[in-house]
Design a protein around this ligand. Sequence first.
Ligand SMILES: Nc1nc2c(c(=O)[nH]1)N=C([C@H](O)[C@H](O)COP(=O)(O)OP(=O)(O)OP(=O)(O)O)CN2
Ligand SMILES: [Zn+2]
Length: 145
Amino acid sequence: MIQQIYPSPSHEFSYELNKDFQFAAAHYVPHEAAGKCQNIHGHTYFANITIAGDQLDESGFLVNFKTIKELLHDRFDHGILNEDELFSDKDETRFPTTEVVARIMYEVIQEYLNTTINKPQCLQVFLRETPTSYVIYRPKSGGLL
Ligand SMILES: Nc1nc2c(c(=O)[nH]1)N=C([C@H](O)[C@H](O)COP(=O)(O)OP(=O)(O)OP(=O)(O)O)CN2
Ligand SMILES: [Zn+2]
């Protein structure tokens, strides 16, 4: 896996965990502004998920690395993003652009984290779509799910 340097969010939590993974997925952006990207095509996405908190769970984990991979990588890998119910071709807030995919990845992981006993926070999703294009999504403070 390509190791990358990415910006870190500032915070005052005692623990910060980062999980990197790649997934291959196809998508198209259903808007004329997307030009050739209106046609279905594929990417090898690279993601880095940052999670922080002050309390560990009964396993001594902030959150199990494996769970993050199962929730995100295993859902999207070798899929067509537009066909996942998380996305929509009719609602621009759910077109599978890099921005939206990053935000939706945050929403998926934070909804899971909210069910855990120690309730850590996802502070950042870094999502690289191509060698020259990436997005960082950070929830606004106070706007956490
Ligand atoms: N703000 C956004 N702009 C674009 C997105 C996006 O998700 N958010 N997506 C695309 C296309 O899907 C495309 O896959 C990526 O575009 P781009 O970086 O332009 O890809 P190129 O390989 O053609 O870029 P180079 O500059 O030649 O490396 C378009 N825009
Ligand atoms: Zn694309």
